[in-house]
Design a protein around this ligand. Structure first.
Ligand code: ADP
Length: 207
C-alpha cells in the first residue's frame, strides 16, 4: 500500500498551502485522510489554525511562541492582552494577523518538572482536546499542532507524542472531529518527526 504524500492529500482536500513549501513535505500517514505528520516551521502553514505552545501569560515567549508572535506581527500580542491569560491545559483563540494561518489557538502546556506525571499527562492531553474543540466551535477545517511542552517545558518527547496521538484519536472516535478535514502534527525537530513516524501506526493504523 502506497502512502499518499502530503501534497497530494492537500490537493485532494483543497486545503491551501504555500506552494513553495510543497517540495519539503515528507510522506504522511493517513487516517480517514485526516492525519498528517510533517516537519516544518509551523508559521509557514496556510491553514485555518495553527496551535501555539504558549505560556500562562499568553504574551509571548521563546521557541514556537516567539516564532508565531514574530511572524504574526504586533497586533497578535495586542489581542492576547485582552484574553487575561490562560491556565495550563486550556487554550484560547485569536486571529492570525500577518500569518498565513487564519487563526492561532494558544494552548498552554504543562511544565513537566512542576507536576506529577499523571497531572502533566492530563494537562497535555487537554491542550490537544481544547485545540480541537476550539477548531470545531469556530468552524475551522484544518489545524496544526506543534509538539507542545517538549521544548522549554521538558515533557519527554516519546510520551508527548503518544499522549497527543491518544487524545486526538479519542476525540475522533467520540465523533467530535467529523467537521475537521485535516489534523497536522507539525514537528520542528527531526527527533520528534522520527518519534511520530515510529509511533503513529499504533494509534492510527494506515488505511
Ligand atoms: P514548550 O514551552 O511548550 O515546551 P517550546 O516552544 O519550547 O514550547 O517547544 C515546543 C516545540 O516546538 C519543540 O519541539 C520545538 O522544537 C518546537 N518549535 C520551535 N519552533 C517551532 C516552529 N517555528 N514551528 C514548529 N515547532 C517549533
Amino acid at each position: 500500500n502506497e502512502i499518499p504524500t502530503l501534497s497530494l492529500l492537500y490537493k485532494l482536500n483543497r486545503i491551501p498551502i504555500a506552494s513553495d513549501q510543497a517540495s519539503s513535505y515528507e510522506p504522511n500517514v493517513a487516517y480517514n485522510d485526516k492525519i498528517s505528520i510533517i516537519k516544518q516551521d509551523i508559521t509557514s502553514l496556510a491553514i485555518d489554525a495553527i496551535v501555539n505552545a504558549a505560556n500562562e501569560s499568553l504574551l509571548g515567549g521563546g521557541g514556537v511562541d516567539g516564532a508565531i508572535h514574530r511572524a504574526a506581527g504586533p497586533d497578535l500580542v495586542e489581542e492576547c492582552r485582552t484574553l487575561d491569560g490562560c491556565e495550563a491545559g486550556d487554550a484560547k483563540i485569536t486571529d492570525g494577523y500577518e500569518l498565513p494561518s487564519k487563526k492561532v489557538i494558544h494552548a498552554v502546556g504543562p511544565r513537566w518538572y512542576a507536576l506529577s506525571a499523571p497531572d502533566a499527562e492530563a494537562k497535555l492531553k487537554s491542550c490537544y482536546r481544547r485545540g480541537l474543540e476550539l477548531a470545531v466551535e469556530n468552524d475551522l477545517k484544518s489545524i496544526a499542532f506543534p509538539a507542545i511542552s517538549t521544548g522549554v517545558f521538558s515533557y519527554p518527547n516519546v510520551k508527548a507524542c503518544n499522549d497527543a496521538l491518544t487524545e486526538v484519536r479519542e476525540f475522533l472516535d467520540e465523533g467530535k472531529g467529523d467537521g475537521l478535514q485535516r489534523i497536522i502534527f507539525c514537528n520542528f525537530l527531526q527527533k520528534d518527526q522520527d518519534i511520530y513516524y515510529k509511533h503513529v501506526s499504533k494509534h492510527f493504523p494506515p488505511v
